[in-house]
Design a protein around this ligand. Structure first.
Ligand code: HEC
Length: 105
């Protein structure tokens, strides 16, 4: 009985794998997303401290924000996700974010 069940399961699994296949000649288009990464003072620190866990998209998706917002985000990465960022780098990164992705506040 269990053998039959196993066989049915295996048959279903292999069948579903076939359905997932792409038909010949079908084009798969992978969207190209250009992240606007601003180079400048502090970018090296961002690269070393922030891009180790996630992409720059996480930063850009926030939109333009105040200096306080960015400062809180950097601190959140340390308190919530245990990012090992030094106090000096917290300042440098906050300044970088406020300058390039800031709203002037
Ligand atoms: C130790 C890993 C780690 C590091 C280092 C890190 N982050 Fe994150 N970050 C995360 C995780 C985990 C999330 C949440 C992912 C999710 O919710 O899907 C996140 C989310 C974010 C978000 C989305 C908003 C939010 O509040 O969740 C922003 C913005 C962000 N990170 C900015 C930064 C910046 C700036 C740095 C560098 C100072 C940084 N991160 C470094 C792990 C990290």
């Amino acid at each position: 009985m269990t053998r039959i069940k196993t066989m049915i399961l295996l048959t279903l699994l292999s069948a579903s794998a076939l359905f997932a296949e792409v038909k010949k000649g079908e084009n798969i288009e992978v969207p190209y997303i250009a992240y606007e990464i601003k180079m400048g003072k502090g970018f090296a620190e961002v690269q070393a401290n922030c891009l180790t866990c996630h992409s720059f998209g996480y930063i850009i998706n926030q939109g333009k924000q105040s200096r306080e917002h960015w400062h809180k985000k950097v601190l959140k990465m340390i308190s919530h996700f245990k990012a090992p960022i030094s106090e000096t780098d917290v300042e440098i990164i906050t300044n970088y974010l406020a300058e390039h992705y800031g709203n002037g506040k």
